[in-house]
Design a protein around this ligand. Structure first.
Ligand SMILES: [Fe+2]
Length: 303
């Protein structure tokens, strides 16, 4: 363990920072953890470079930030897991560790990660912190982009803020995958991915800042015709993903990226996924269950 103090270097005033002189293989002292928590509350995206983590060490670090989720891949029919169920396998690899084939169902499904989203907004409880660890990275493309939904909220005209405050979006994996033309969900998957309703605007308790809560998982906005909801969602995502609200991470092996799903969106950028291995492991913790109305929506998904 380095004897130097932990070094937090921001990319922007209040968004995205690198954290150096910290070794995530070891349990962190309460002081070190507090530095990470404070940086996380302020910057919402943290980059820990040059880590060498086993799956167990990765999960142990993640547990500092709440209960671990299990991967949705468990609910996907015919999907074999490559690793533990607490790890979301963000890799272009099949269960045998080979680069997937062009027609692979997993590939079509994972293309949803290229849409702007937050992790697990469609679950209850929803996602809090995601920690994504780079084991193999593409030499070109395959970046992860983040949008600061707090700054995006701050920059909205007052009339728009007033119009959307209090609106409720309905989130489901079925909705985001539909945007890509992936509709072959089994009946069991449709039940497993039934939507949850969540406000479009929220406040983060640690910082007191308000923010948009957007994702491509939103398929409906309550009390609004679907075409109008789609138009509004597109306008808000276009607004929130303007260059001034973005941080783009170019991956290096050993990077651990950590982000707050409550107030950021992210997406993977394009790369030649039939050529390069890109093997990322994600651990995600759950938000407090009482933070949102846990109402599951009774939606009828058309076949
Ligand atoms: Fe994601």
């Amino acid at each position: 363990m380095s004897s130097r103090p932990i070094n937090v270097v921001p990319f922007h005033d209040d968004f995205a920072a690198e954290v150096g002189d910290i070794d995530l293989r070891e349990p962190l002292s309460e002081d070190s953890l507090q530095i990470v928590r404070d940086a996380f509350a302020r910057y919402a995206v943290l980059v820990f470079p040059a880590q060498e983590l086993t799956v167990e060490q990765h999960l142990a670090f993640a547990r500092n930030f709440g209960p671990l989720e299990t991967t949705v891949a468990r609910q996907m029919s015919g999907r074999k897991l490559r690793t533990r169920e607490e790890i979301a396998d963000i890799a272009n690899l099949d269960a045998e560790g080979q680069i997937w084939k062009g027609e692979s169902r997993t590939r079509l499904f994972q293309m949803g990660n290229r849409l702007w989203h937050t992790d697990s907004s469609f679950k209850h409880p929803s996602g809090y912190a995601s920690m994504l660890y780079g084991r193999s990275v593409a030499p070109i493309g395959g970046h992860t982009q983040f949008a600061d939904l707090r700054a995006a909220w701050d920059a909205l005209p007052p009339a728009v803020k007033q119009r959307i405050d209090g609106l409720i979006g309905e989130h489901s994996l079925v909705y985001s995958r539909r945007r890509l033309g992936f509709t072959q969900f089994t009946d069991d998957e449709k039940i497993a991915f039934a939507p949850f309703a969540r406000p479009l605007v929220r406040t983060i308790p640690e910082s007191g800042r308000r923010n948009l809560y957007l994702a491509s998982h939103i398929g409906r906005i309550q009390g609004m015709p679907d075409e109008q909801a789609e138009q509004l969602l597109r306008e808000l995502i276009d607004h929130a993903t303007q260059r001034q609200f973005l941080y783009t991470h170019r991956w290096r092996v050993g990077d651990l990226l950590m982000w707050d799903n409550r107030c950021t969106m992210h997406r993977g950028t394009e790369f030649d996924d039939l050529r390069w291995r890109r093997d990322l492991h994600r651990a995600t913790t759950s938000d407090r269950p009482d933070a949102f109305g846990p109402l599951q929506v009774q939606a009828q998904f058309a076949a």
